[in-house]
Write a protein that binds this ligand. Structure first.
Ligand code: MSP
Length: 520
């Protein structure tokens, strides 16, 4: 991250199928960090998009009796709609069939050609169409794709090759240098070790064009070749910024990317081939690639080919969009595989959201209305009056720092836990301070202090839950009579204790997270 800009990307998704929980997972994680960085005042570029070329997409189109372009045009809106439904705040959406992308890919080709980084040869070996990956004979697992276990096909083609083998030492030096700078290129560490040992094992030159079908970007100097789909796809991260066009203001501003978010199955492309390609073209590689794990249902990777993929829509309908986003980021440690189930989703929903967060907000607003006529009170004293006041204030006071530290590690669980420390303590605080007794005893000054403190904790908690649950936080701020939370660009200053003004009119409302009674 530079001081002022922040560029995060998701993989661009294949348009052979509709978005599912797995692809939504990466996109939500990227959205949460993008939203948070906007709140820390960064100039954010959040990119997602679609991978629309290659043999697999051409085949999907054919199976559906459509021309490839018509097919990708029909599927693309499903992704856009799904991301809109999930509240994804991407700044751009790139499709690899767009002119701006094709132009960038061709410019890149020309650059590599001019620099003598590619050569003509012939490829003979295996190819997995679902993964769009080349495999050598001894890579195969009992004759099948070692990655996905599906059938591979034999390919013999005259192709263009990239001298990847020449980058082994440069890549190893690069990983070490980034590590020494304290900003490892591959995260988390398990993936770094995997990438390093792969590179140490030696690299083969890579076939980067195909000639047996035409659904791709033609090479500018050999138009009978189309770009190998992975090369085409990786370049989206720079073509979206204007690489290869006359307008490279965004490229100059945002490149190198801060993070590419990817699933652990595509790290070789992102951590080996991609930085080598960029080095070959004289472009600085990105800051970091963060590889998350797989979502597992009943112990298996969830995927369309296994027939256990779900669409986000059914869950969003049942739990609401914010609860959906919360569940995946809170229950699955980013970077690890995580089992997901309806049972655990219901539990998180009822426990964390309905009981802790939703209940806190509604009790507090009810009491403010009942005891104070719905008007936020004056903070009666700038110091805390009791130990309980101090505890609540100090938990809220440490939240920005704890949250930032967690987000720097992309540890969404820890970030949310820090927010929950405040939420839970605010619940405890109300229970112990019992405003209803203060009211009965006529202790108005203390009653006002207690309600002010609890309302202030809610205001601050809403700030830090906003990157994950933007709609709920906006609603909480609205009910508190505050302004538009999405306009916050200095979350640390905004989180200063005592910023809740006196005299605001609060509004009660429906339960933010109505309890779900049936178990799964
Ligand atoms: N098109 C390529 C990416 C090109 S990026 C330059 C691709 N697309 S994909 O649609 O197949 O997958 C995109 C991402 O979704 C991958 O990172 C993959 O790991 C992720 N997921 C697919 N299924 C998943 C789970 N079950 N769990 C978590 N993420 C998974 O690969």
């Amino acid at each position: 991250m530079s001081d002022t800009t922040f560029y995060v990307t998701t993989p661009i998704y294949y348009v052979n199928a509709e978005p599912h929980l797995g692809t939504a997972y990466t996109t939500i994680a990227a959205d949460a960090i993008a939203r948070y960085r906007r709140m820390t005042g960064h100039d954010v570029m959040f990119l997602t998009g679609l991978d629309e070329h290659g043999q697999k997409i051409a085949q999907a189109a054919e199976e559906n009796g459509m021309e490839p372009q018509a097919w990708v045009d029909a599927v693309a809106p499903k992704f856009k709609d799904a991301w809109a439904m999930l509240g994804i705040s991407n700044d751009d959406f790139i499709r690899t069939t767009e002119e701006r992308h094709k132009r960038g890919v061709q410019a890149f080709w020309q650059e590599l050609h001019d620099r003598g980084e590619i050569y003509q040869g012939s490829y003979e070996g295996w190819y997995c169409v679902p993964d769009e990956t080349y495999w050598a004979e001894d890579d195969l697992a009992e004759g099948m794709c070692p990655q996905c276990g599906r059938a591979v096909e034999f390919v013999r083609e005259d192709n263009w090759f990239f001298r990847l083998s020449a980058y082994q030492d440069r890549l190893l030096e690069f990983y070490d240098a980034r590590e020494a700078e304290g900003r490892p290129f591959v995260q988390p560490e398990t993936r770094r070790n995997e990438v390093m040992s792969f590179v140490k094992g030696g690299l083969r030159d890579l076939s980067i064009s195909r000639t047996t079908f035409s659904w791709g970007v033609p090479l500018p100097f050999a138009p009978e070749h189309v770009t190998y789909v992975w090369i085409d796809a990786l370049l989206n991260y720079i073509t979206a910024l204007g690489y290869g066009s006359d307008d490279h203001e965004k490229f100059d501003r945002f490149w190198p990317a801060d993070y590419h978010f990817v699933g652990k199955d595509i790290i070789r492309f992102h951590c080996v081939i991609w930085p080598a390609m960029l080095m070959a073209a004289g472009i600085e590689p990105p800051q970091s690639v963060f590889a998350h794990g797989f979502l597992l249902t009943k112990g298996e990777k969830m995927s369309k080919s296994k027939g256990n993929a779900q669409t986000p829509a059914s869950l969003v309908e049942r739990f609401g969009v914010d609860a959906y986003r919360y569940y995946f980021l809170r229950d699955v440690q980013f970077g690890h595989d995580g089992s997901i189930s309806l049972e655990s989703m219901v539990q998180r929903y009822n426990g964390d959201l309905a009981n802790d967060w939703g209940n806190l907000v509604s009790r507090l607003l009810n009491m403010t209305e009942k005891y104070l006529g719905g008007i936020t009170p004056e903070p009666s004293s700038t110091d805390c009056e009791t130990d309980a006041d101090c505890t609540l204030r100090s938990l809220a006071g440490f939240l920005p720092e704890k949250y930032e530290a967690a987000m720097q590690r992309l540890d969404y669980c820890a970030a949310l836990e820090a927010a929950w420390d405040v939420i839970k303590d605010a619940n405890r605080y109300i229970e112990n301070e019992a405003p209803w007794n203060l009211e009965k005893a006529g202790e108005t000054a203390r009653l006002e202090t207690v309600l002010y403190n609890a309302l202030e904790a809610v205001r601050i908690a809403a700030l830090f839950t906003a990157p994950v649950m933007p709609n709920t936080s906006a609603e909480v701020w609205r009910r508190l009579g505050l302004g538009d939370i999405s306009a916050v660009t200095d979350v640390v200053a905004e989180a200063t204790w005592g910023r809740l003004p006196a005299g605001l009119t609060v509004t009660k409302g429906d339960a933010l997270f109505p309890r779900i009674y049936e178990e799964a």
